[in-house]
Design a protein around this ligand. Structure first.
Ligand code: PEP
Ligand code: MG
Length: 559
C-alpha cells in the first residue's frame, strides 16, 4: 500500500515503525473513587517506574543526555513533589490530577525564576506527562526509545523533539501533519533525516510494521514486497556513493558560479556543512537558538555563539538573519500577546521593531562577533513588507556596526516593490517558504492545504522573477534561502529566474550541485520560461521537466 505525503530531500529509508504517542489531555478534576492511601500508592509506584526508566535511558545514552536524564529521574522522586501530590490526594483528587497539579505548580515556580531554572520547567512537564501516562497505562509521550533503529511515525514533532532526535536510531520520519516548509520539515532536512510529512494516512501505520520512506517520490510504502525493499536498499547505496563524490563549488555547465550555501540553525552544524561542500552560510536562523528561552538571550551569550559560527567559515560569506519570532516560531520574550492570526501578526521585523532593545542587542552581538573573526558577515531582516521597514533595519544595522545589511523577501508586498526595497539595502534573500504561504494564502503548517504550498506555482515564480530582475538591474545579489532551493530541478529554474546564490540544508547540496552542472545559463532560462508559462504548480514542474529532457536528449544526439 502506498501513502502519499511530501518528501523532504531525495533520500530513502527502510525500517520498522515506532509510533510517537500524542500529548495527553489535562486530567479531569473529579473526585477519586479510591481512598487517598490507595491513590498515594499508585502515584508513588508510577513515579518510581518513571524515575527508573529515565535513569536507564540516561545510562544508555551517555554524555550530556545522561546528566539531563539523571537529573530528571531525581526530580521525579523529589520528596517535595511527593508531598505536594499527597496534599492534593488528601482532598479527594485522583492520582492523575494530583500529579498534574503538583508538577504544574513546580513548573510555574521554575518558569517564573527564568534563566537556567526557567529552562528546567519543560523537563517537569515531560516527567508529569510520563507519570500520568503510566498511571493511565498509556505509552509515554515524546520520542520513544525502543532500543533499536526505527522509523518514527508521529502526528507532528515539536522543534525541540526534532532537534534532539538520535540519528543513530531514527532511520526515517513520517508525520501526519505538516507541510513541506513546516519547521519539522526544515529541521529534518537540516539533520538529513529521510522524511515524508503531511502523510495523512500514516495514522494507519502500526508499531513494528516494516515500511519504506521514499522522500524523493513523496511516498511511504506500507507492507513492501521483498523486491521493493531490495530496490530501496540499492537506492540507499547509490545515494551514499553520490554523497561520497568529491565536492566542487556550485556552477552551471559553462562554469558560471552559483554559490551553494548552507541553511543552519546552530553553529553545531557548521563542520558538517563545510564537509558537504557549503561555500558559506546563506541563512542562519538565530531564533532556533532560543526557542525554549523565557528571557531574551544576553549579548555575551549571543556573541559567543555567533563567533563560533563565523570562525567555522573564515574567509567565506555568512548570512545571519535576526530573530524571526512569531507564528510557527514563537519566542516567549518577543511574542507575549495572543493573536488570532499570528502569521499575519507581530512577527519577524515587526516584533523586533516593537522590542527594539532586543534587536539592538542582537546586532551589537553580531558586530562584535564579526570584528573577532575573518568571515564575511551579512545580516538580514525577516518578514519585511515595506521600504520603510527596509530602511529602518539597514539604518539601525549600519549604526551598530554591521557592514552588509539586507532583507528577506517573504511577503508578496516586498516582491512586488523589489526595485524600491533593493534600492534601500545591500541584498535580498528570497524566503520561498513564507513567500509561497503568503502568495497562495495557505498555512505552511497545515497538511490539509499542502497541495497549495508548492513554490513551483507560477504565481510564486513570477514574483521571484520580478525580484531577480530588480537585482540584476541594480547590481545587487538576490539569493534564495527557502526550501525551494533544495529541489534539484527547481534550483535550476530559480537560477534561470535570476537567483545569484542558493542556500539549503547541507544534506541537499550534493543533489543540487550535480543538477546545476548539467545546464548552461541559457538552459536555465529556458526551464524558467517553461515553468513561468504554465497554468499551475504541477504543470510548471512538468513543463520544466519536459524542457530539461529535451535539452539533455538534443545534447546527447549532437554528441
Ligand atoms: C522562508 O520563509 O522561506 C525562510 C527561509 O524562512 P523560515 O522558513 O525560517 O520562515
Ligand atoms: Mg520565513
Amino acid at each position: 500500500m502506498e501513502i502519499t505525503g511530501t518528501g523532504i530531500g531525495q533520500g530513502v529509508a527502510v525500517g520498522r515503525v515506532v509510533r510517537m504517542a500524542d500529548r495527553l489531555p489535562e486530567p479531569v478534576d473529579r473526585p477519586s473513587h479510591l481512598d487517598p492511601e490507595r491513590e498515594i500508592e499508585r502515584a508513588k509506584a508510577s513515579l518510581s517506574v518513571v524515575a527508573a526508566e529515565l535513569g536507564r535511558r540516561g545510562a544508555q545514552a551517555g554524555g550530556a543526555a545522561k546528566d539531563v536524564l539523571e537529573a530528571q529521574a531525581m526530580m521525579a522522586e523529589d520528596p517535595s513533589v511527593v508531598d505536594e501530590i499527597t496534599k492534593r490526594l488528601a482532598t479527594g483528587k485522583t492520582a492523575e490530577r494530583a500529579v498534574f497539579e503538583a508538577f504544574a505548580s513546580y513548573r510555574d515556580l521554575l518558569a517564573s525564576m527564568g534563566g537556567y531554572m526557567g529552562e528546567r520547567a519543560a523537563d517537569l512537564d515531560d516527567i508529569s506527562q510520563r507519570v500520568i501516562a503510566h498511571l493511565l497505562k498509556l505509552p509515554a509521550p515524546g520520542v520513544p526509545n525502543p532500543g533499536h533503529p526505527f522509523v518514527l511515525v508521529a502526528r507532528d514533532l515539536a522543534p525541540a523533539d526534532t532537534a534532539t532526535l538520535d540519528l543513530d536510531q531514527v532511520l526515517g520520519l513520517v508525520t501526519v501533519d505538516g507541510g513541506p516548509t513546516s519547521h519539522t520539515a526544515i529541521l529534518a532536512r537540516e539533520k538529513s533525516i529521510v522524511a515524508v510529512v503531511g502523510a495523512a494516512d500514516a495514522a494507519t501505520l502500526a508499531d513494528g510494521d516494516t515500511i519504506i520512506v521514499d522522500a524523493a517520490n513523496d511516498l511511504v510504502v506500507a507492507q513492501p514486497t521483498p523486491e521493493q525493499i531490495a530496490g530501496a536498499e540499492a537506492r540507499i547505496a547509490e545515494r551514499a556513493a553520490l554523497e561520497a563524490a568529491p565536492v566542487t563549488p556550485g556552477a552551471l555547465a559553462d562554469g558560471t558560479p552559483v554559490p551553494l550555501l548552507a541553511n543552519l540553525g546552530s553553529a553545531d552544524g557548521a563542520a558538517e556543512a563545510v564537509q558537504l561542500g557549503a561555500e558559506g552560510v546563506g541563512l542562519f536562523r538565530t531564533e532556533f537558538l532560543f526557542l525554549d528561552a523565557d528571557t531574551a538571550p544576553s549579548v555575551r551569550e549571543q556573541q559567543e555563539h555567533y563567533t563560533r559560527l563565523l570562525a567555522a567559515f573564515a574567509g567565506r560569506k555568512v548570512v545571519v538573519r535576526v530573530l524571526d519570532a512569531g507564528a510557527d516560531k514563537p519566542l516567549s520574550f518577543l511574542n507575549d500577546a495572543p493573536e488570532e492570526n499570528p502569521a499575519l501578526g507581530l512577527r519577524g521585523i515587526r516584533a523586533l521593531r516593537h522590542s527594539e532593545v532586543i534587536l539592538r542587542e542582537q546586532l551589537t552581538a553580531l558586530a562584535a562577533a564579526d570584528a573577532a573573526t575573518d568571515a564575511e558577515l551579512w545580516v538580514m531582516a525577516p518578514m519585511v513588507a515595506t521600504v520603510d521597514e527596509t530602511r529602518y533595519f539597514t539604518t539601525l544595522a549600519k549604526e551598530l556596526g554591521i557592514r552588509v545589511a539586507g532583507v528577506m523577501v517573504e511577503t508578496p508586498s516586498a516582491a512586488l516593490i523589489a526595485d524600491r526595497v533593493l534600492a534601500a539595502c545591500d541584498f535580498a534573500s528570497i524566503g520561498t517558504n513564507d513567500l509561497t504561504q503568503y502568495t497562495m494564502a495557505a498555512d505552511r503548517l497545515l497538511g490539509t492545504v499542502a497541495n497549495l504550498q508548492s513554490p513551483w506555482h507560477p504565481a510564486v515564480l513570477r514574483l521571484i522573477a520580478d525580484v531577480g530582475a530588480a537585482g540584476a538591474e541594480l547590481g545587487k545579489p538576490v539569493g534564495i534561502c527557502g526550501e525551494a532551493a533544495a529541489d534539484p530541478l527547481l534550483a535550476v529554474v530559480l537560477v534561470g529566474l535570476g537567483a545569484t546564490s542558493l542556500s539549503m540544508s547541507p544534506s541537499a547540496l550534493a543533489d543540487v550541485r550535480a543538477s546545476l552542472a548539467r545546464y548552461s545559463p541559457d538552459d536555465a532560462k529556458a526551464l524558467a520560461r517553461a515553468a513561468l508559462a504554465a497554468e499551475g504548480a504541477a504543470e510548471a514542474k512538468q513543463a520544466a521537466q519536459a524542457a530539461a529532457t529535451e535539452i539533455t536528449t538534443t545534447r546527447a544526439a549532437a554528441s
